[in-house]
Design a protein around this ligand. Sequence first.
Ligand SMILES: [Zn+2]
Length: 349
Amino acid sequence: MKLRYPFVLFSVFLILGSQKTYSWGFYAHQRINRLAVFCLPEPMSAFFKRNIVYLTENAVNPDRRRNAVKGEAPKHFIDIDVYGDSALWKMPRRWNDAVAKYSEDTLMEYGIVPWEVNRMKYSLQKAFESKNPNSILRIASDLGHYIADSNVPLHTTENYNGQLTGQKGIHGFWESRLPELFSDKYDFFVGQAEYEKRVLDRSWNSVIAAHMALDSVLGFEKDLNASWPEDKKYGYEQRGNVTTQVYSREYSKAYSQMLGNQVERRMRASIKQVADFWYTAWVDAGQPDLNAMMDYKLSEEQIKEMEEERKLWQKKTIEVRPEESASLTLEDLWFGTCCNHSHPAEKGH
Ligand SMILES: [Zn+2]
């Protein structure tokens, strides 16, 4: 990247640095959880619709606690390409088999999203079985997040921000900037939730589909870069009262056109999978009567607890690599949240 003035370089570094840490973006995560609610069949829909604000607002909790809760970070991604050629096909699907082949430490280092999705589906089933509305909502919301992350191409690679191919910033560009600019035109009608017999396979299928799209995500941006005038690649936009440098609308549009409806497809797949998994967990729990929980409201105590929890998450006690610290501060400034697709320093990575 050739830039004329040092201050521009500094500014681009900060903005793109911040974008790289953003998983599906605040906006897309919330939209995915929200739209999944409308796919649920009658016996589930009233309870989920009644709590749609909770499910939407808390869709980004896993990102919020990423820097405060030990072991949270690897749940959001899997760097499948570090396992060598054809790893997508050779990686054992079952957790115990994968641990036996690679060791738990290695798996935790390079991410565990498909297993986490599978595990959370069972947690949700348990919550339905115990008819605990608080657990149902909390776990359903988190599960929606991890499913959405598993559908993002750049959550399936070591080159998660294009940092290995001179494309730093592409993570946030693809999963935050593009949906924010263009998702109003996407078709989000995915039909009604369906029962999923093979939960673990489906958890892997989203990773496979996402990883297969990776070549285009990186390749098209590289092609576009080669022909696009450098001074038209970025623009400025107002976010709250901060002026930020972003990928320009024209550049974003050109990239989006090259990708066809790829971002839309990944968002649609996320919505459908979230709805299918919520529904499957409910069926597997014996279809408990959710209408009996219609009066459920968060108690004062629970609200207080949630506030305390958020404060704790904001402390970000888990160290991240130095270049990410600046971006986290900015992220908080703009959106009040953060997400690092990176490995915590605790892993010595
Ligand atoms: Zn995430």
